[in-house]
Design a protein around this ligand. Sequence first.
Ligand code: ADE
Ligand code: ZN
Length: 338
Amino acid sequence: MTTAVTKKFIQGLPKAELHLHIEGTLEPELKLKLAKRNNINIGQSTIEEVRKTYDYDDLASFLAVYYPAMNVLQQEEDFYDLTMDYLQRAAQNNVRHVEIFFDPQAHTSRGIAFKTVINGLYRATVDARALNVDAHLIMCFLRDFSRESARKTLIEALNYQDKIIGVGLDSDEHNNPPMKFFNQFTIATEHGLHVTAHADIDQKDSIEHIRELLEVIGVERVDHGTNIVEDPDLVKFAAKNNIGFTSCPLSNSFVSPEMKGKEVIELLNNNVKVSIHSDDPAYFGGYIAGNYSTFADKFNLTKEQVVTLARNSFETSWISDQQKAIYLTELEEYAKNN
Ligand code: ADE
Ligand code: ZN
């Protein structure tokens, strides 16, 4: 008989968060506060009214709510507060290490300077060291924007290379294959940046996009990417090359009732380094511990499976082998004593 993994065990489990969009942590409370600070009429004045606008059932309808909400982010202080609020929650979830996505083009396209965004985000990551959370930034290209826009964004980002550990790719995947950004990924890699990219679940060309990411672009991780189970050869490739897959059960549950749980378990059984994360927690109903427990409860995961998911998150993170060893020792100690 397997014993249920408790919420307490999951809460205390040391974790690495590798799939977290900072703009997706904009809670209704903060949205209202920033609207007031910046004199912006968002059309709602209570938390309940804001929550009612969070109504979507696929990637496109989600993004149609998500981008306009960012209008309340105007000043460096707003980006700082957004990030600091998130990092406090991360600390409560015992996230020991986090690699945070941000979407500069979602802000520069509405007139906010790149430096306003990055300085606010970065300053919060530095201050969060006092919370015992080690935080880093991943700059994402919006895949539904042009190549030229991505090129300019990367050039600007290279002025802040000490503040960014890697690049990613997000937003609307429909007819926006990874290869559209081949040049930007190549340049980023040449500058020593790490590379990951979204392959959202159940897209029109999911398998083709995953193949491009693994075989041509050479990403180190795929965000979501669970459709890979449809191609056993790609699964073998991913296992052999230690490619990380960052799955997000709660955001998946908005578009797929089984939250891709069976696929995650199949990847675990095939020794693929899959791990659990939160995507856009203010919009999908839970931070990382909530994602672990919802998945563990629904699929009766064993303690060993839960620990493997956390181990995979550290193993596929972008830190030195020495740092990994420290976190992994902490994790194994925790698993032994709890
Ligand atoms: N931006 C924020 N969340 C996203 C997701 N789940 N997929 C693609 N782009 C995103
Ligand atoms: Zn995502």
